[in-house]
Design a protein around this ligand. Structure first.
Ligand SMILES: Nc1ncnc2c1ncn2[C@@H]1O[C@H](COP(=O)(O)OP(=O)(O)OP(=O)(O)O)[C@@H](O)[C@H]1O
Length: 687
């Protein structure tokens, strides 16, 4: 059975090729779909999966890997909708969604837990996010004596980045230092020692970091027996956003399906924006020839999203890229207005301009949610956030401070993680220090005893309370025991955890009440997961990333403007899009102009931002920026130039304007009224 004609007819010939590829009883050869921006990639992939299911593929044997959990959920929903149209109630196999849909890291975590016993891992392992990993790195760095005040040893975050790049890019330390961290090259021997000790510490504490999820998975796949066994669990493996995967992910993928049978990858090299995480566009470029015969390549270059005028400008920008593989996009949508290149005086005017335009559009029937403001770096939106708050315009921001980064949310999660895995030292340390009378030394001592014991919780219970902690300590031990027993059940145990945490929250934070609202939200999120373990794993791997000026994200019925970093805007579209600070220094970012590869990535970022717009696109260019480190009325500023990615020769693709407009009436008014001879006054000053 295949998708019926009315469903397939909605697809263009190339999309249909991608959907129907490999249908039938013969093994399905590998497929690469090069999908330009707005060319219906998500739609096509969803139809392909639905087509497979309708054709008889077992949904439990389909592995779908996307860039975020949100994307996986969206894809599953679409697949279900399409399959249900065809199969009706018989689509019930899909009722729980696709069983194996998620991110590379999430799927890795699940498989590692499944195979934990056989690969020598304790299945109760917990996962460290970047901040926890940096904390543990710091602990180890300190233990080795590298953190002495007089040494210029790299900071913990730098150490972690270096480690992470070695692991993800699969490159030796000296290569990574030479290419990416030349200022740290003198520390190669110490860094090696540090990383070895870091790995040992993770194993002692029974924790894995993000990179381990891929690294361990890749190592498991090196063993032919495991590779065969894991690969044979899936008939089809599909990967979205393949341009943003790294060398390790490609290794895992090729080990899962060495001959490429059942493998589909989708991506767009023009939208590769994650090389700072060691993603490599080579994965997508080298994919076809990894197989013999090479993978089939289907290119989607018809864009359904933007007007021709917006596409022409975006094509113009990406045409100047040094190296390009995909073709220019085309559309049969009407021309539309050229994107605006708007010159404003400074960031304050930029904010005012946007607010004015956003409200105009809303008057014209475009809801706030259909409009988005995009920026290179989270901090760029600060003046706009102020203006929006002042004007009472609700907004939700993506890609900035994460909900989970808030100290109180981290405290609660640390407690749950410690309960899940009492050897998790970073979690234990954080929780213990919340109590009055427990300092670093007594926490260290308690954790050392636990680490050395076969039964760490038994050891904790047997420990005497630190002298000044008394009742607090006993309450803590009782809470940990109770939570560990699982008597309250999940998610009710969150309430129990809160009972323990609330008095500490009240004591530590003046704004405890507002913070409690976040914890209520955390409890709500928790109720969406079947167990403590799944909650902790999924939340660490793909944290909710919206923060708003209010406590909590507005409900779905509310209308709100979207603010987002360009990275977080990936895969989305809006009717009207504003891009902030389209100037050199912000785009390309000062931080990203080291190498020509970095500059190329910044160019692609602008391209990604521009291709999010359906009807109206505004690129805003403030003329000057106030410098930091002066009082509010200070007037020190620097002048900025339009981004180098829009040179003179591209200007005809844009409509240039400045704001606020000087109207003829205002100009005429300046000509009327009293007159003075300013020149003679100046001369008189010296006579
Ligand atoms: N065959 C089609 N006919 C009409 N509209 C389509 C078709 N395919 C896709 N679209 C529309 O095109 C728009 C872009 O689709 P989608 O979001 O899947 O693009 P994408 O390729 O994932 O984009 P990007 O890579 O830029 O995020 C959507 O509004 C979608 O409904």
């Amino acid at each position: 059975m295949s998708l019926p004609a009315p469903i397939l007819d909605g697809l263009n010939p190339e999309q249909r090729c991608a959907v129907e590829h490999g249908a039938g009883p013969a093994p399905c050869p590998p497929l690469l779909v090069i999908a330009g921006a707005g060319s219906g990639k998500t739609n096509t992939l969803a139809h392909r999966v639905a087509h497979l299911v309708v054709g008889g593929a077992d949904p439990y044997r389909i592995l779908l890997m996307t860039f975020s959990r949100r994307a996986a959920a969206e894809m599953t929903r679409r697949v279900e909708r399409i399959a249900r149209k065809v199969l009706g109630d018989r689509a019930s196999a899909l009722s729980g969604g696709l069983h194996w849909a998620g991110t590379f890291h999430g799927i890795g975590a699940r498989l590692l837990r499944d195979y934990a016993e056989r690969i020598g891992l304790d299945p109760g392992f917990t996962i460290h996010d970047r901040e926890d990993s940096a904390d543990l790195m710091n602990l180890v760095r300190h233990d080795l004596g590298f953190s002495k005040a007089d040494s210029r040893f790299p900071a913990k975050a730098t150490c972690l980045s270096i480690y992470s790049r070695c692991v993800n890019a699969g490159q030796p330390l000296d290569v990574v230092l030479g290419a990416n961290y030349p200022w740290c090259a003198g520390w190669a021997a110490e860094l090696k020692q540090l990383f070895a000790a870091y790995v040992e510490a993770k194993q002692r504490h029974n924790v894995l970091d993000y990179d381990d999820l891929l690294l361990y998975w890749a190592q498991v796949m090196e063993e032919p027996a495991f590779a065969e066994e894991i690969g044979s669990r899936f008939d089809h493996v599909l990967v979205d956003e393949y341009q943003d995967t790294n060398a390790l992910q490609a290794r895992v993928l090729l080990a899962l399906k060495p001959n490429g049978v059942g493998l589909t990858v989708v991506g767009d090299d023009a939208q590769a924006i994650y090389s700072f995480r060691a993603a490599t566009v080579r994965n997508i470029l080298d994919f076809p020839k990894a197989f013999d015969p090479p993978a089939r390549v289907v290119t989607l270059d018809r864009n359904y999203r933007s007007t021709q005028a917006i596409l022409s400008a975006a094509n113009g920008v990406i045409d100047l890229a040094r190296e390009r593989f995909t073709k220019n996009l085309w559309t049969d949508r009407a021309d539309g207005a050229r994107p605006l290149l708007v010159s404003v005086r400074d960031e304050t005017d930029q904010a005012r301009y946007i607010v004015e335009r956003v409200l105009d559009a809303r008057e014209g029937g475009v809801t706030l949610k259909q409009q988005a403001v995009l920026f290179r770096t989270s901090s760029h939106s600060a003046p706009l956030e102020l203006e929006l708050t002042r004007r009472n315009i609700p907004f939700v921001k993506f890609g900035g401070l994460k909900f989970l980064d808030a100290a109180h949310v981290k405290d609660m999660l640390a407690l749950l993680r410690f309960v899940q895995n009492p050897r998790d030292r970073v979690a234990g340390f954080r929780v213990m220090l919340l109590m009055q009378g427990v300092g670093p030394a007594s926490a260290q001592k308690a954790l050392d005893t636990m680490t050395a014991a076969a039964d760490p919780l038994g050891a904790l219970t047997a420990l005497p309370a630190p002298p000044r902690a008394g009742a607090d300590w006993r309450g803590f031990v009782a809470a940990v025991q109770e939570l560990r027993s699982g008597d309250a059940g999940w998610p009710a145990e969150i309430e129990r955890a809160l009972i323990w945490y609330a008095p500490h929250l009240d004591r530590i934070h003046e704004d405890a009440e507002t913070r409690k609202a976040d914890l209520v939200q955390l409890a709500q999120i928790a109720s969406g997961y079947p167990s403590r373990e799944r909650f902790l794993t999924e939340l660490t791997l793909d944290p909710p990333d919206a923060t708003s000026d209010q406590a909590g994200v507005p409900t779905l019925d509310d209308d709100y403007l979207i603010l987002s970093t360009i990275h977080s805007a990936k895969g989305q579209e809006w009717k009207q899009v504003f891009v902030l600070n389209v100037v050199d220094g912000c785009m390309p970012s000062d931080l990203g102009t080291g190498t020509s590869a970095e500059i190329e990535e910044e160019r692609r970022l602008l391209y990604v931002a521009m291709t999010r717009a359906k009807d109206d696109l505004h690129l805003v260019v403030p003329q000057r920026f106030f410098t930091h480190g002066q009082n509010a009325q200070g007037d020190r500023h620097v002048y900025a130039a339009r981004t180098r990615f829009i040179p003179e020769r591209l200007l005809p693709l844009f409509e240039r304007t400045s704001w606020p407009r000087v109207t003829p009436e205002a100009a005429a008014a300046a000509q009327r009224g009293p007159r003075i001879d300013i020149n003679s006054r100046m001369r008189r000053m010296w006579t």
